[in-house]
Design a binder for this molecule. Structure first.
Ligand code: SF4
Length: 345
């Protein structure tokens, strides 16, 4: 019997242009570099970097797909993309105030794999996997094994949403939700679609940036089929992450009726200058994406070396305001556990 979800997967993509002929995203995901020494070797970094990378990798494994690696300048340890993915020895240095669960998410998990922190919206952990492991990630210690999604778990989350008519928006998060298969995502979105009080589907993802081929016909099929308004919040921290393949992926999403926003994290050594932040906003707009949030770093254990002080963050944003039109200005925010929303700085 053909279920509705399998029918969604068979539906042709809405665009008429053929998709680029490239390696399938699953192949790239499976082939991502997971060995810190190999990462250093491929980028021409010497043994000193390799030893530090091995220490950091033991705490949070390295993962870098080829499509992202291709955007990193070989032989340049200061490359802003490399800095986001290369484990460092500093990750093994405890720093006061930096903890495993900086946002106290464990206190807001009323059903397995579901986080309900803010009024009107809930977040579902749709996949425990990521296409890339970002060294500053606030969920680098998240107990994914206890929250690994399954249909039984999603049924619990769906029941929770069905029973609360104040929930208007479902947010798919992770890990990276788009690391789940299209069959799983079509199944989940079909059921979200059937909950009458839900209006919006939001997807927080880095996959269209890391492996742009993820935005393929199968994904566009289930995404186009839902009645829910669709918002995708990308996670891009530097203009160099946006190549032509990313721009093409964003165009496919826009054509499917998806509103595209971006959130960044302010990171020392990556984007802590007016020039870098301005270039990011300009490049985002070229890709059809509006800057949304600029987060200060969440104090997660192992990431203190990325910290930018609040005073410097405010100075940077003031400088940015002098060179950018208002619609390209991200909002500088901090997430504080227990607050009803993000807190502007
Ligand atoms: S893709 Fe997102 S969730 Fe995954 S490691 Fe990077 S920041 Fe964390």
């Amino acid at each position: 019997m053909i279920t509705r979800s399998s029918a969604l997967l068979q539906r042709p993509a809405p665009e008429t242009q053929p998709l680029p002929v490239q390696a399938r995203w699953q192949t790239q995901l499976a082939g991502a570099i997971r060995d810190p020494r190999e990462l250093c070797r491929r980028l021409g970094l010497d043994t000193a970097w390799q030893d530090g990378a091995a220490r950091g990798h033991a705490l949070f494994e390295v993962r870098v797909p080829e499509a992202y690696l291709a955007r990193i300048r070989p032989g340049d340890p200061s490359d802003p993309l490399l800095h986001q993915v290369l484990p460092l020895i500093e990750e093994d240095h405890p720093v006061a105030g930096y903890v495993a669960d900086p946002l106290a998410e464990a206190e807001h998990t009323p059903a397995r794999g579901l986080i309900h922190k803010y009024a009107g919206r809930v977040l579902l952990i749709a996949s425990p996997a990521c296409a890339v492991n970002c060294r500053y990630c606030f969920r680098r210690h998240f107990p994914y094994a206890e929250n690994a999604p399954s249909r039984a778990q999603w049924e619990e989350s769906l029941d929770y949403i069905r029973e609360d008519p104040t929930i208007r928006e479902a947010i798919l998060s992770g890990g990276d939700p788009l690391a789940a298969s299209d069959r799983q995502l079509a199944w989940l979105v079909e059921r979200l679609d059937a909950i009458p009080h839900l209006r919006r589907l939001r997807i927080h993802t880095r996959l269209p940036v890391v492996i742009p081929e993820r935005i393929d016909a199968a994904l566009l099929g289930w995404l186009s089929a839902t009645r829910l308004q669709k918002v995708m919040v990308l996670h891009i921290n530097h203009a160099n992450e946006i190549d032509e393949a990313v721009i093409a992926a964003c165009r496919r999403l826009s054509d499917a009726g998806v509103t595209l926003l971006n959130q960044s994290v302010l990171l020392r050594g990556v984007n802590d200058s007016v020039e870098a932040l301005a270039a990011l906003s300009e490049r985002l707009f070229e890709a059809g994406v509006l800057p949304y949030y600029l987060h200060v770093l969440d104090p997660v254990a192992g990431a203190a070396h990325f910290d930018v002080s609040d005073d410097q963050a405010r100075e940077l944003v003031a400088g940015l305001r002098e060179v950018l039109p208002g619609f390209l200005m991200p909002r500088l925010v901090r997430e504080i556990p227990g607050e009803a929303s993000k807190t502007p700085l």
